[in-house]
Design a protein around this ligand. Structure first.
Ligand SMILES: [Zn+2]
Length: 342
């Protein structure tokens, strides 16, 4: 069994155990006033067959989550959160904030109506490069090609193999080479699409996986808040510190200017754990609050807040949050509550 699967199995056992503890007891011991939960999508929605396999909430479970939050927490919006943050005031007890990453169309089609019905709002973090379905994330492009290959709709001819070797990848293990195309070699995905006559633009027009500017505007008018999530959801561990800072600066600028926002919030794409302190100290010049995904931990970086990836286990929200309270108690006991950065 590899480490990832072992960790997953251990987490499953712990999730089963934590269910028996009363929420209020764990919350009292954890002593944590702020819970921020993060979502991405809804089960079975995604047009990408590989991404669709990720664990997301069904609409029914999403509604149950929202009802649980309303019953057990003081749910606030980002505007209210920023008010407390700016004033440097302590948040009310048991505060919970909802965020959604990636700016997918499902946010407008499914999540927004459900949130509205419950009288709630969320902060949505978007990638300007994809809004209005202008472009497609490189992993989605890669998945389209892999799907074509899996269905035997295309095959490796010598032209394609030459393109693969031109990019320094192994032409003899061509399928694996495509699986391994990373962010820095993403241009290869456009060359391959040309060679195979795969039309990403037609896909974008047909599937429209991302939010449009009009949908964003309508949500803003309904009290939703928007922030940047880097320009094109680059995996920050694959780009230089300088490029990370450029992505923060440029995406923040575009989101604030395009929608005339009087606040600046940023969520780091993917896992923020290994982002350097120097990047975050520079980043804070461009945003007033940033968000990561290390559960309920605090952070050494200025104005950086962590969120619970509430969809990642299929556990119901109360169990997932109890689990996070337990982890927080453990971090406190180990004197590791605050995440330190290199
Ligand atoms: Zn993301």
């Amino acid at each position: 069994m590899n480490i990832k699967r072992f960790k997953k199995a251990v987490k499953k056992i712990i999730l089963k155990c934590v269910r028996i503890f009363p929420l209020l007891m764990l919350r009292r011991i954890a002593g944590q006033p702020l819970v921020i939960v993060n979502y991405h999508s809804i089960e079975a929605w995604d047009p990408d067959s590989r991404i669709r396999k990720n664990t997301y909430r069904s609409e029914k479970l999403f509604i149950e989550d929202l009802k649980f939050f309303k019953n057990s927490f003081n749910v606030i919006g980002m505007a209210e959160f920023l008010y407390f943050h700016r004033m440097n005031n302590a948040l009310p007890k048991n505060t919970l904030l909802i965020t959604i990453d990636d700016g997918l169309k499902v946010v407008y089609d499914r999540m927004y109506p459900l949130l509205k019905k419950e009288g709630l709002t969320a902060a949505v973090f978007i990638n300007p490069a994809f809004i209005d379905n202008k472009d497609l994330h490189y992993i989605r492009k890669r998945n389209i090609i892999l799907d074509y290959l899996d269905k035997n709709l295309i095959d490796f001819n010598s032209d394609v193999l030459d393109i693969i070797s031109d990019f320094g990848l192994n032409r003899f293990e061509s399928y694996q080479s495509i699986q391994n195309i990373n962010y820095n070699k993403r241009e290869l995905l456009n060359h391959l699409a040309n060679a195979w006559q795969i039309d990403y633009v037609a896909y974008l027009n047909k599937q429209s996986p991302y939010l449009s500017s009009d949908e964003i505007m309508e949500m803003i008018q309904s009290g939703f808040t928007f922030g940047a999530h880097s320009m094109d959801h680059a995996p920050f561990n694959q780009i230089t510190d300088k490029e990370q800072i450029r992505q923060i600066r440029e995406s923040m600028k575009q989101v604030v200017e395009n929608w005339h926002l009087d606040y600046r919030i940023f969520a780091f794409p993917s896992n923020d754990k290994n982002i350097r302190l120097s990047v975050m100290e520079k980043g804070v010049e461009f945003y007033e609050a940033s968000f990561g995904v290390q559960g309920l931990r605090l952070d050494q970086a200025p104005n950086h807040f962590h969120r619970v990836e509430i969809e990642s286990s299929s556990a119901i929200a109360s169990t997932a949050i109890k689990y996070e309270y337990c982890k927080l108690i453990m971090y406190k006991l180990l004197a590791k509550l605050t995440l330190t950065r290199k």
